[in-house]
Design a protein around this ligand. Sequence first.
Ligand code: ZN
Length: 264
Amino acid sequence: MVKCRDVMDVMERIAPKKLAEDWDNPGLLVGNPNDEVRRILVCLDVREETAKRAAEEGFQMIVAHHPVIFRGLKKLRTDLPDGRLLGALLRAGVAVFAAHTNLDSAEGGVNDVLAARIGLDPATIAPLGNADELSESLGRVGKLPAPMEARAFAEQVRKGLGAKNIRFVSGGDRPVKKVGLCSGSGAEFIERAALLGCDAFVTGDVRYHDAQRAAALGIHVIDAGHFATEQPVVEILAKRLIEELGDKVEIVEDDAARDFFEIL
Ligand SMILES: [Zn+2]
């Protein structure tokens, strides 16, 4: 058994809060740092079924990537989805901690896990930032061990992430060696990746005009989906927590989560 605060301290070492973007809302969002924790559920999203599972299976704490309170809260109406979810968590005494953009940027976080899963050479991985920015930042650039045909690389990404489908935007005939990536929604970085000389960019949530811009810039874009580019971190984060706290508390990875999108 540990205190909620002990888990918060470990998470601060894994994903320092100072790495979070200004607009973000990471940290302990529900619960009391002094509460006792015996079981922790690690997940991408706190959904209604996540809260139900936590209550039924005796978890005192959820560690999630996406903040369960994000845009600010003006009411707690339990007839509406946000209030219903928070009400269920409070009734069951389940604390919720979120590590969001700080976990994206952290060394060994969401972007590094994504880079590894799509086959980039670990020795070549660097932040997708300008040289004068923090060494840790959203997104990464890295190189494949050998150049690949773009659609073959796209298929490697799909397989590496266990995604059913991906969307591909052709940047022309160029083979892929240098790759930029940003887990979740990273289309805003396509241009930066192109200027850094990346042959391809991997992210999720790409819109039509992002694709148009990428094609004009001559960079391939692989939209593997928000879920598929982020879910792999759950297993790694659970392992990190087990290394740090596994002798005192039980840590379980939420492996039941599925993408909201289905391709029909
Ligand atoms: Zn996300």
